[in-house]
Design a protein around this ligand. Structure first.
Ligand code: ADP
Ligand code: ADP
Ligand code: ZN
Ligand code: ZN
Length: 816
């Protein structure tokens, strides 16, 4: 290696994290550097696992020397040396569930400014004292609505749920929410003691009695004569209304089973006192530009900017503060808010509102919010490490994102970006290509230098896609057998939309961010088909969608719905690839069938790390224990008893073909496919995982470590391994996100296989390769949010490309 002046370079020596093979690389600072390579090649291990982790470690050491011992326990990245490394900020796509109290406003910190604006420059109605900024936040004691404690939703019982069958009498169990057995009998005796007839059908009781039984807070004590004379003396029993009983169980019971039962009787609804805003009454009376803060939180950001400008022009008739002062404040804060909102508009997020809950944002949307927030932080000389910032973006939206990244660079920062998008890669100052393959087949530095240099590196899979040598083979377009005709569909920004989906082919639904693609496919279409099939969503969070549809002719063609989304395959490290696909059951049976297990009397459950018996009890089978760091987020360290093996020593003594159960969990799918080649039930799962490009994953890789794209491909593989009969509808929301172009190709081959087998596949997509591989395109638009929600074009990819919309222009360029 030539000697380089180390100024302006981050120099990495001996990086060995995960699959990295002791690599040395010099990376320029103050540049846009893109880390490329197939999925599992080691890009993230280098960018996040090594560079970012080391920068973090140094930072913690400098601010909290006492944390050193604990940090050592957690482990520093496995790297020889890194020089020239500035502090780093990671804008990673979050894996795992964000908190339900965060919103677009809190992520961007715009909520704070807006509260200040309302506090200082709002219009106060007569009689309302000036409020502090905190009083405009539902998350503070001063601001929270007393009824819902700032949540904006209340959980309450309803008569329908408490009494599902009104023809029953109380004795027959009309009040389903009441406890059964002895306690229930007790309550019936009390009710009798109170003079209410427990033999009458529920619906014949008076309204007053019914309401009292269900909702009263009163708890009279009644001398009870037991129903059956098993005891010969009376006793005092206390009455519990159905609501009081349910609420008591929910707030007091330790038993999950009891709590789950009680939850069946409550419904969550928008808080009637604060109309769902979570704010106390005074805060809801103050306005700016004629809107309350709750209303301001609900308008799309594009309108918010307009409103604020308006409010700054009209002097407020503010009660307390002098108008002069409050106008100056309005000018200052308003200008600041508008400048920040404009960055969000630039990034194509004008359709979001400040109040939008972060749990409903796509990963790409939340990452862009955090990028926009960083722009204003005024930091310079830091490295921003980003994870696929183009994910979820229509090519039309990717351009403004790149402009924002350029602005971060121009203010003196370095951008290290893990990315698959070829347009983004072409824009980079420098490319670090890792690979050439995945897992053990990767981990080497294939190339480091300016983009053009990659053309000459034949070994680089990325290079082959950046600089294709031959035109892609043309494909026969399928013609649909029949159609599913949806009419009058409304949800979110879709209003009375009619759209026809062709059956038995591959369809791509396209359009700029926020145009309504996910709403149409994963919500409207999924709900309609589910209703026809009489099934419920796997995830109960989604149960309450108010989808309106006039008609869905042709829906009867489907006998199954498969939604293959990017949600995690499990929320704890206890679920993993092997448990999710069901392959682990097979493996445990193999271990239980060995002579050694039979001699010891070990059954298959002995080889589960989730139950007592075979697992390590120190970590209860997790392999990790959590380490509490003062002031720092909690983190995990390997268990000191089993050193991450998850099992106790006796269990590990049992070998199958010379390997322990822990060793099997450490195998990659590729290695396991060889190991279990002659076990058909295991090898079928393993082969389908390899088919979707996941051969590099380890069987025991916890669900929490997997990316959304990996989780999605695991779900797809699990579906592929099932024997299919009949006609299923497969819905996929951006299956190519997080995938290298070569992995996109593998994925598309599998989807084509599903269609060839007679199924219908509908994708929400931005990827040009995926769109051109489709038989039919449904393009939504023309813009995001309220300016979208319409079908702007339908047809084959080639016919769409002749149009004039955003999708057409990019598709035409790709097909050219
Ligand atoms: P990429 O970012 O290129 O998709 P990664 O850096 O995430 O690849 O992964 C590279 C290799 O390291 C893969 O074989 C992956 O399974 C493995 N790996 C990733 N995370 C971990 C981890 N936390 N522990 C052990 N191995 C890991
Ligand atoms: P796309 O998939 O094309 O990016 P979406 O279907 O996610 O678009 O969003 C379409 C519109 O519906 C946007 O204005 C978005 O803000 C709104 N929207 C999406 N999900 C929700 C939700 N859970 N609650 C409220 N509005 C939503
Ligand atoms: Zn409330
Ligand atoms: Zn342990």
């Amino acid at each position: 290696m030539t000697l380089r002046n180390s100024d302006g370079w981050v120099q990495v020596r001996g990086a060995r994290e995960h699959n990295l093979k002791n690599i040395d690389v010099d990376i320029p600072r103050d540049s846009l550097v893109v880390f490329t390579g197939v999925s599992g090649s080691g890009k993230s291990s280098l960018a996040f696992g090594t560079l970012y982790a080391e920068a973090q470690r140094r930072y913690f050491e400098s601010v909290a020397p006492y944390a050193r011992r604990l940090l050592n326990q957690v482990g520093a990245p496995d790297v020889g040396e890194i020089s020239g490394l500035p502090p780093a900020v990671a804008l990673q796509q979050r894996r795992g569930a964000p908190s339900s109290r965060s919103s677009v406003g809190t992520i961007t910190t715009l909520s704070n400014l807006l509260r200040m604006l309302y506090s200082r420059a709002g219009t106060y109605p007569p009689g309302v004292e000036h409020l502090s900024a905190e009083a405009f936040s539902p998350n503070t004691v001063a601001g929270a609505c007393p009824r819902c404690h700032g949540l904006g939703i209340v959980h309450d019982v309803t008569e329908d749920l408490l009494v599902p069958d009104t023809s029953l009498s109380i004795r027959e169990g009309a009040i389903a929410a009441w406890p059964g057995a002895w306690q229930g009998a007790n309550l019936r005796s009390i009710v009798t003691g109170l003079g209410i007839d427990i033999e009458e059908p529920w619906r014949s009781l008076s309204r007053a009695d019914r309401d009292w039984l269900l909702y009263t807070e009163e708890q009279p004590s009644v001398l009870v004569k037991p129903e059956r004379d098993r005891v010969d003396f009376g006793y005092y029993g206390k009455f519990w209304s159905a609501r009081k009983h349910v609420m008591n169980v929910l707030s007091q019971s330790q038993s999950q089973r009891m709590r789950d039962r009680a939850l069946r009787f409550v419904q969550s609804m928008s808080c009637p006192d604060c109309a769902g805003s979570g704010l106390q009454p005074d805060a809801r009376s103050v306005t700016f530009a004629d809107l309350t803060i709750a209303e301001m939180n609900a308008v799309p950001l594009a309108d918010l900017a307009v409103r604020l400008r308006l409010g700054m022009q009209t002097p407020s008739a503010s009660g307390g503060a002098a108008p002069q002062e409050s106008n100056e404040v309005a000018q200052r804060i308003g200008t600041d808010v508008i400048a920040r909102v404009e960055v969000l508009l630039d990034l194509g997020l004008g359709y979001l509102s400040l109040g939008r809950n972060s749990t409903t944002l796509s990963p790409g949307e939340s990452q862009r919010l955090r990028i926009a927030t960083q722009l204003r932080s005024g930091l310079f000389g830091v490295i921003y490490v980003l994870d696929e910032p183009s994910a979820g973006l229509h090519p039309a939206d990717a351009q403004p994102l790149l402009d924002v990244l350029d602005r971060l660079k121009a203010s003196g920062n370095s951008l290290f970006v893990v990315e698959h998008d070829l347009d983004v890669i072409r824009r980079a100052d420098w490319v670090v290509d890792v690979g050439p393959g995945a897992g053990e087949g990767g981990g080497q530095l294939v190339y480091s230098g300016p983009v053009d240099g990659l053309r000459a590196v034949t070994e680089s899979i990325t290079g082959q896609y950046l600089f294709p040598s031959a035109a892609a083979a043309t494909r026969e377009i399928r013609t649909p057998d029949s159609w599913l005709r949806l009419s009058g569909a409304s949800l979110h920004n879709l209003r009375d939309v009619s759209v026809d989906f062709p059956l038995g082919v591959l369809t791509a639904v396209t359009g700029v961010s926020g145009s309504g693609k996910s709403t149409l496919v994963t919500q409207v279409l999924a709900t309609v088909v589910r209703q026809h099939l009489g099934t419920t969503p796997d995830d109960s969070d989604e149960a309450e969608l108010h989808v309106e549809v006039d008609d869905a002719a042709g829906v009867e063609s489907f006998d199954r719905l498969v939604l293959v989304d990017q949600r995690p395959i499990g929320r704890t490290p206890r679920s993993n690839l092997a448990t999710y696909t069901g392959m682990f059951d097979v493996v445990r049976k193999l271990f239980a069938a060995t002579d050694e297990s039979k001699a010891r009397g070990y059954s298959a459950s002995r080889f589960s790390f989730n139950v007592v018996g075979g697992r390590c009890e120190t970590c209860q089978g997790e392999g990790f224990v959590s380490v509490e760091l003062l002031f720092l987020p909690g983190t995990y360290a390997p268990c000191h008893t089993c050193h991450g093996a998850r099992y106790n020593a006796e269990t590990l003594e049992v070998n199958y073909r010379g390997e322990s159960i822990a060793a099997v969990l450490k195998m990659t799918v590729d290695a396991a496919a060889t190991f279990f080649a002659d076990v058909p039930s295991a090898s079928r799962s393993l082969e389908t995982l390899r088919d979707v490009g996941l051969g590099y994953l380890r069987l025991g890789q916890p669900a929490t470590e997997l990316s959304g794209g990996e989780a999605q491909r695991i779900k797809l593989a699990t579906e592929l391994q099932r024997a299919h009969r009949g006609h299923a509808l497969f819905l996929l929301d951006e299956p190519t996100s997080g995938l290298h172009p070569s992995d996109v190709r593998l994925l598309l081959e599998q989807l084509q296989r599903l269609v060839d087998a007679g199924n219908t596949v509908v994708l929400v997509e931005h990827d040009q390769a995926a769109i051109t591989a489709s038989d039919w395109v449904i393009d939504l638009g023309p813009s995001g949010g309220d300016a979208g929600g319409q079908v702007v074009a339908v047809g084959t990819p080639h016919s769409i490309a002749t149009g004039t919309g955003a999708t057409a222009v990019h598709l035409a360029a790709w097909l050219a």
